[in-house]
Design a protein around this ligand. Structure first.
Ligand code: CUA
Length: 326
């Protein structure tokens, strides 16, 4: 900050930043689009209000103690005050808050018919598999769609190290631990595009491990999931052949083609996603080319190797082809 900025100016900047921060409805605990997050918001509100009442009581007592003349409180009266205000009331307040919050801790019930979505944290992206009760899994990555008004069970795991899955507007966060699964049942209440983020330090690009969450009307979601089952449309694009010839299919799958790798994100319907690199860059040709040319510069620590020997025209063709995978 500039040395000449006045104190009032600095205060305005701090308050302005805080106020504008509240305008972010894309990734905010204060803009709930799920029942679980709304419950958390309500508990927070009650706890903060309760805390303020207790703090006001303590402040009142302090003012009285400073102003009271010596001997205003007898030894017996002082003991009683400490017992009631320092022991009995806090115990009652804490017990009341515990009883109030217990129902919110009970996880939402899940029926066999509910949609399960397996999400696995990888360095530094999200492996996603939709597992509807009626059929085979639909594999995707880095963008998650959910139906509004239906229970969805996220089954979370860590693929390599510990990650943490957090969609602030939908529910609380939950760790993704290698070797075990954690279940997070949720229900979205309104449609929109929101954002989630990894919240456990998992390596160099931890901060670049985000994803979009698209909450859709239930019928639109059903149509979308049915379309996701379909393989990629056969393509005569020269980039399709180059993708295979340069071995990209060893790590990335494009269903319906010879690319069947599972080490990296699935690309079958890549063009539908708003971002690439798990929320790192917008999904356009220039950004795809940049990632392909310099993965380590875009995402430090990512497992994807660089291909300096790949001719520019061919890299460009692959980046263009990936944009056709609707
Ligand atoms: Cu994954 Cu932090």
């Amino acid at each position: 900050m500039r040395a000449g900025t006045s104190r009032r100016g600095r205060l305005a900047i701090v308050l302005g930043t805080m106020a504008l921060g509240g305008c972010n409805h894309h990734q905010s605990v204060f803009a709930a689009f799920g029942e679980e997050a709304a419950g958390i918001n309500y508990i927070t509100l009650v706890m903060v209000a309760g805390g303020m009442i207790v703090a006001a009581g303590v402040a009142g007592l302090m003012i009285w103690a400073v102003r009271a003349r010596p001997g205003a409180l007898s030894l017996r009266g002082g003991e009683r005050l400490i017992l009631i205000a320092g022991g009995l009331i806090p115990a009652l307040v804490l017990a009341a808050l515990l009883v109030f919050s217990l129902p919110y801790m009970r996880p939402r019930g899940v029926a066999p018919a509910d949609l399960r979505i397996d999400v696995t944290g990888e360095q530094f992206w999200w492996r996603v598999a939709y597992r509807p009760s009626d059929g085979t899994a639909v594999v995707s990555a880095n963008e998650i769609r959910i139906p509004v008004g239906r229970t969805v069970l996220f089954r979370l795991a860590g693929g390599d190290v510990v990650h943490s899955f957090w969609i602030p507007g939908l529910a609380g966060k939950m760790d993704m631990i290698p070797g075990r699964t954690n279940d997070l049942p949720v229900r979205a209440t309104r449609a929109g595009r929101f954002r989630g983020q990894c919240t456990e330090f998992c390596g160099l690009s931890h901060a670049l491990m985000a994803f979009d969450v698209v909450a859709m009307p239930a019928e639109a979601f059903d149509r979308w999931l049915a379309a996701q089952r379909r393989p990629a449309v056969a393509s005569a694009d020269p980039g399709a052949a180059l993708f295979l010839r340069h071995g990209c299919g060893g790590c990335h799958a494009i269903r319906g083609t010879a690319a069947t790798g599972t080490i990296g994100p699935d690309f079958t319907h890549l063009a539908q996603r708003a971002t690439i690199g798990a929320g790192t860059l917008p999904n356009n040709e220039a950004a795809r080319l940049r990632f392909l040319r310099e993965p380590a510069a875009v995402k430090p620590g990512a497992r994807m190797p660089a291909y300096p020997q790949l001719p520019e025209t061919e890299a460009r063709a692959i980046a263009r082809y990936l944009g056709t995978l609707q």
